[in-house]
Structures are given as structure tokens and as C-alpha cells.
Design a protein around this ligand. Structure first.
Ligand SMILES: [Zn+2]
Length: 602
């Protein structure tokens, strides 16, 4: 793959882009010492173990072992090829790749079928929008929208459109442009009749809301009825390009504002997002009729720290908010919950009150996650009844015991004490008891409660001395060509004990044949094996002395060779036993001699 783009172009790209800047688009980074740290986008975690080195232009996660340079970061995060990552970075660094577009096209990962699905959606989005805003056929739909409070601005921003009241308009429109009907059926735009195999349009006489993926491609539609037709909203089915569990409505437009504020507002439906946008809430997003999935959370993690949940305040909405909040809380987000007056959705609230009030008194006055839970657990209980009241207090104290900050615990315990006229001390005591009981249970289970799925083995567990010595040597070799040759010389033809370490050295020697100076990021591009890349990134992040003294060098080499000799001794000891078993005493004596020599040389 790499050789499709000239080496010197790759080099130019590497010079032109900064890994910290690129990764900042996906991960909130904070500087600490020489490096930057943030929450790893490759595994679920709540304390940062993901680090980026601006000096070396590489990243590494101490939690899951992910690591590499700016190319591998994009490849792994977006699931794209080296070529695609290079093209993205080249665009960013204003570098003309001068690659033959037709050859690039033919090796594009995306198939013709998927491309046709995307093209058809794009074409229809434009056409539906044109029908709504410019034509007589769409005029009633436009008036309907304006009458319901939509503005021209949001119709433009969200590219809202209108689908004609026709059974075969889209079918004809697309087939005339050489789109295959089979593919368009797979894309969810037309439906096949069972009885005669002919096709008809899925969306007819509806207000059309395009759904975009995070790159801004139209991948589906939701059509809202103008009258009393059921369903009120008709969505595209799941297709090869539309996967509800991965899509957050408006994420493509909201991302800059989410990143800037590190906050997103999660609404129950996409219509809420559009209403809230009218009130100036630009960081609103919504799932497409599913509950929040791990994929959604992974996407949000790349841009936000705080999520404000703004769901309807009916029973279903409150339950859904509780579930979403727990899910987000487990994933390490800071959570707020914005409550609307009973039975109102954002649209109704904004119309009845004002955009300012929505911003200030709903979103701006959102509750902390704990404050929400205090209200949540109260529902359906009669607190005048002693049994209910005690059960409720116990439940809340249990929730308070999960808080990590002492100040917060104190705050909510005081609140409960005041409300129910209880002694603060006894509440504190109860909280401590629950806290320790839960801790005990956890230790009993011997595992943290929510174990991130992706975490592999602990990267830096205790390793034997030779292992550490090999890694320290590689770390110095990565920093200096001289060191590399010195190590080669001292090894006198011997190799490192770990196959992976030896493979890295082999790569490194080849690299120094072509490059005079060490270059961490360039070296990572040079290695084609992902596992080795991760190991190199891990080693790069080790803290070592700037200079490698002769003493240190020979000590490391000794460790490496010692392990080899120990293995050899073991081998010889087995041979010795074998010789003794066969009563071959001459051989046994010779082997014994060898073993003694080896032992002496340790
Ligand atoms: Zn990680």
C-alpha cells in the first residue's frame, strides 16, 4: 500500500502535519511534562492512559497497547487504509499528492455498490430540498413547516426537503440516471412489489429529513407525514451505509461546537435537535430511535467530556434518560440532566416560552447526575409512608456512596439529612458502611465492575531482567544510529531473546541503511506489522537516560546474553541426564564440563 504514494511524499506529509493537532480532533489532550495525555479512543477508560509525544510524533496507550504514528492513528481509528490516511493528511497539510486519480479510484476500498447508494442519497437530498424550497409542488409542505415554527435558516442548515406524492417518481428519477433498481432497493429508497417484481417509492408526500454520517454524506432519510398518516415518521431501513447503532444525528455539524465546549446535548429524537438549534443550541445530537450504544459512546468520547441529557419528561423519557445516564457514567463522562416541564418536548417548550428560556432555564439549569437520581428514585414512592421513606433513603445513600469526591458526598448527605430531619453523622456512618460493603464485594469478585472490553493484557507487568534490558537497548537504538551499531557489535552475532525484539532490530538496521538520523515516526511507517508497531511505540514512551554510558550498555548486553546461557545450561542439563540414563559416562563428563564453563561465564 505504502509504495503507491512516493516515499518522499510520505515524508513531506509527515513534516507538514503535527500529530498532536491531528489527534486533538478526536481526543481531548492535556499537556503534562513533555507529552500530552487523554482518554484512549481505542478502549473504554475513565482515567487517561493515552499519551502523545510531540517530539517523537507518535502515540501510545499504556492501557490497551495501541500505538503508532499519525498514519496508523487515522488508520486504526477510522478503519481506513494507509493510502486513505495519507490522502487525508496530505489534504490537511496542503500537499499535492499528484496521484493518478483513476488508479486511486480503482483501488478504493468502497465498492461500486456502496458508492452508488451514497450518490443516490446525495442526489435525492438535493432534489428533495429543491422541491421544498423552490417549487410549486413543495409549496404546501414549506408553508406547513413555516407554520410549525421552522425557519428558512434551519430548513437550509438541515437540508430539509419534500418527497412528491407519487408512487414511482424516485424509481424513474434514479433508473433514468442508470442507478440499478436492485441496489436502490438495498439502499432503502424503493421497495419491490411481491406480486409482480415492480418497484415503488418508499417516501411519498412527506417532509424529508436527510441523515448524514460524520463525514457529511447523506446515508438515509426520515420522512415526516404532513397529515394524519401513520407512521408519523418513516425512516430508511438499516442498510450497508446506514447503521443506526453508529449514527448520531447532527454529529457532522455539531462536532466543532462539541469539541470547543467539550460538551454535547443528547436529545431523544432528531426533531428535538432541530428545534433546539433554533434556540441556539448547536451541540445537540440524537440517536436514530435506538438507545445509546458503545459505538455512539466511542464517537462521543473523541470530542466531549460532559453530556447533557435532554429527554422528554414523560415516564418513558425519564426511564430512557436514566439508562443513557448510567451508560455514559460507566464510560467516564460527566453527566447532566436537563428536565423540561411535564409532558413537553423542546419544540413545544420553545414555542410556549422562548429560546432564551430554553437555553437558560432548561439546558442551563440542568441537574447533576446525582441530583437527577435523587428525583428518579423518588418516583412512585409515598414518602409519607415510613417503609417507603426508609427504603428510599437507603437507596439514595447507596448512590451517594458511589460518588468519588468527598465534597459531593457531603453535599448530598446534608441535603438528605435536612429534608428528612436526620442526623448527618448517622447518615455518614451509613454511607461508610455501604461503601465498604460494596468495596468488599468488588474485591471478592476480584475484578473491577465494568471491565473495558478492549483492554488486552497489562502492558508493563513485571518482566524478567533480560526483557527489560532488551527494551532499554532498543529504546537507545531508536534514539541513535551509533548505539545500534555498538549493540550489534557487542552481541557478536547473537540475537535478542524475544523474537519480537529481534524483529524490531532487523527493521531498525534496515532503516539506518537508508536514513542517517533516527526518526521515530518515520520508522513506524517503515514497519508493516501492527503488533511490532505497538511495541515500538511502547518502547519509545519509556523514560531512559539521554546518554547511554558504556557501563550501562555492557550491563544490558550481559543481561541479554546471560539469559541465553541460562537457557543453554538448562538444555545441557537435560542432555546430561539423558547421557547418565544411558550410562554414557564419557559423554556425561564432557557435557558436565560444558555446563561448568557456561556457569563460570555468567
Ligand atoms: Zn487504549
Amino acid at each position: 500500500m505504502a509504495d503507491r504514494i512516493a516515499e518522499e511524499k510520505i515524508e513531506q506529509i509527515r513534516q507538514a502535519v503535527d500529530i498532536v493537532e491531528v489527534i486533538s480532533d478526536y481526543v481531548g489532550l492535556k499537556k503534562q511534562g513533555r507529552n500530552y495525555f487523554g482518554l484512549c479512543p481505542f478502549h473504554g477508560e475513565s482515567t487517561p492512559s493515552f499519551s502523545v509525544s510531540p517530539d517523537k510524533q507518535i502515540f501510545h496507550c499504556f492501557g490497551c497497547g495501541a500505538g503508532g504514528n499519525v498514519f496508523s492513528f487515522l488508520m486504526e481509528l477510522e478503519g481506513i487504509s494507509f493510502q486513505e490516511a495519507a490522502m487525508k493528511l496530505a489534504a490537511r497539510g496542503n500537499i499535492n499528492l499528484e496521484i493518478n486519480l483513476s488508479s486511486a479510484h480503482s483501488e478504493k476500498k468502497i465498492s461500486d455498490e456502496l458508492q452508488a447508494m451514497l450518490d443516490a442519497h446525495e442526489l435525492l437530498r438535493k432534489f428533495y430540498h429543491h422541491l421544498l424550497v423552490n417549487t410549486k409542488e413543495g409549496q404546501h409542505a414549506l408553508e406547513y413547516l413555516l407554520g410549525r415554527g421552522f425557519t428558512h435558516e434551519s430548513i437550509e442548515k438541515f437540508q430539509i426537503g419534500y418527497s412528491l406524492n407519487s408512487w414511482d417518481f424516485v424509481y424513474k428519477f434514479l433508473t433514468k440516471r442508470d442507478f440499478s433498481p436492485e441496489w436502490m432497493e438495498k439502499a432503502g429508497l424503493i421497495i419491490k412489489r411481491e406480486k409482480d417484481g415492480t418497484y415503488f417509492d418508499r417516501f411519498r408526500d412527506r417532509i424529508m429529513f436527510p441523515i448524514f454520517n460524520r463525514n457529511g454524506n447523506t446515508i438515509a432519510f426520515s420522512g415526516r407525514t404532513l397529515g394524519a398518516d401513520e407512521p408519523k415518521y418513516l425512516n430508511s431501513p438499516e442498510t450497508a451505509i446506514f447503521n443506526k447503532s453508529k449514527i448520531l444525528y447532527n454529529y457532522n455539524l455539531a462536532k466543532p461546537s462539541i469539541k470547543k465546549s467539550q460538551q454535547a446535548v443528547l436529545f431523544e429524537g432528531f426533531a428535538d435537535v432541530i428545534s433546539a438549534d433554533r434556540a441556539g443550541i448547536e451541540n445537540g445530537i440524537a440517536t436514530m430511535g435506538t438507545s445509546l450504544t458503545d459505538d455512539h459512546i466511542a464517537l462521543l468520547r473523541t470530542s466531549a467530556q460532559t453530556i447533557t441529557i435532554c429527554y422528554d419528561s414523560d415516564k418513558a423519557g425519564i426511564e430512557a434518560a436514566f439508562r443513557a445516564g448510567n451508560h455514559l457514567n460507566d464510560a467516564g463522562f460527566q453527566i447532566k440532566v436537563a428536565l423540561m416541564p411535564d409532558g413537553m418536548d423542546p419544540d413545544e417548550y420553545i414555542k410556549k416560552n422562548s429560546p432564551e428560556k430554553f437555553r437558560g432555564e432548561v439546558i442551563g439549569a440542568s441537574l447533576t447526575w446525582m441530583a437527577f437520581k435523587i428525583l428518579y428514585f423518588r418516583r412512585g414512592k409515598n414518602l409519607q409512608n415510613e417503609g417507603d421513606r426508609l427504603a428510599y433513603i437507603e437507596q439514595i445513600v447507596k448512590e451517594i456512596s458511589k460518588l468519588t469526591k468527598a465534597v459531593e458526598k457531603d453535599h448530598y448527605l446534608r441535603q438528605i439529612a435536612a429534608e428528612f430531619s436526620l442526623s448527618l453523622d448517622s447518615l455518614k456512618q451509613q454511607e461508610q458502611q455501604i461503601y465498604f460493603a460494596e468495596k468488599k464485594k468488588e474485591i471478592g469478585k476480584n475484578e473491577p465492575k465494568s471491565k473495558p472490553i478492549l483492554v488486552q493484557k497489562k502492558v508493563n507487568e513485571l518482566k524478567p531482567a533480560y526483557y527489560r534490558a532488551e527494551r532499554c537497548l532498543i529504546a537507545h537504538m531508536l534514539k541513535s544510529r551509533d548505539n545500534t551499531y555498538k549493540v550489534q557489535e557487542l552481541l557478536q552475532g547473537d540475537t535478542f531473546n524475544e523474537d519480537e525484539h529481534q524483529a524490531i532490530i532487523t527493521y531498525l538496521l534496515a532503516f539506518y541503511e537508508e536514513h542517517i538520523n533516527p526518526d521515530s515516526s518515520a520508522f513506524l511507517s517503515y514497519i508493516h506489522d501492527e503488533n511490532l508497531r505497538r511495541i515500538v511505540a511502547n518502547i519509545e514512551m519509556m523514560s531512559i537516560n539521554d546518554e547511554l554510558s558504556h557501563q550501562e550498555l555492557t550491563d544490558y548486553i550481559k543481561q541479554v546474553l546471560k539469559h541465553k546461557k541460562l537457557l543453554k545450561i538448562k538444555e545441557k542439563e537435560a542432555e546430561l541426564k539423558e547421557a547418565e540414563r544411558h550410562s554414557d559416562f564419557r559423554l556425561a563428563a564432557a557435557i558436565g564440563n560444558e555446563i561448568n564453563q557456561l556457569r563460570k561465564s555468567l
